[in-house]
Unconditional design. Structure first.
Length: 134
């Protein structure tokens, strides 16, 4: 136990993983209606509670990918959680973003869609998060 680590964590994104094994996310993608090609507009949209503050909120995806590269979490895009209700706040946010996207979109041949995924805490991550939590 190192109190300095806990102090430095503050209201860090890591706190999201203290009580959860899996966190739902959705990815926004801009899809060409002619050939179904797409590019991601926002890759990892998650619900971040007000108790978690990020110094650089625009770097959220980089923070999550760093945790994944350390082996603490696994970002799973090929499957999603069975509990659809967990995605509802993210889908509601998507609908708001979709309206704005449609207004600003110059290419009327593109539409905004989303994909569901999940961020799973690994066994190493579980041990790590437990050790810094106490």
């Amino acid at each position: 136990y190192n109190p300095k680590i806990k102090e430095r964590l503050g209201n860090n994104l890591i706190k999201l993983f203290f009580d959860k094994d899996t966190i739902p996310f959705i990815s926004y993608k801009s899809v060409n209606q002619d050939d179904d090609s797409y590019h991601f507009v926002d890759e990892l949209v998650i619900s971040i509670p007000p108790s978690v503050s990020l110094i650089y909120p625009n770097n959220k995806n980089a923070y999550l990918h760093n945790l994944e590269s350390l082996g603490l979490i696994k970002i799973i895009t090929s499957r999603h959680l069975n509990n659809v209700e967990l995605y509802q706040p993210l889908i509601n946010e998507f609908e708001t973003s979709k309206s704005q996207y449609d207004l600003n979109n110059q290419d009327k041949n593109r539409i905004l869609e989303f994909e569901k995924g999940g961020i799973q805490v690994t066994e190493l991550g579980r041990m790590f998060f437990q050790s810094i939590r106490s």
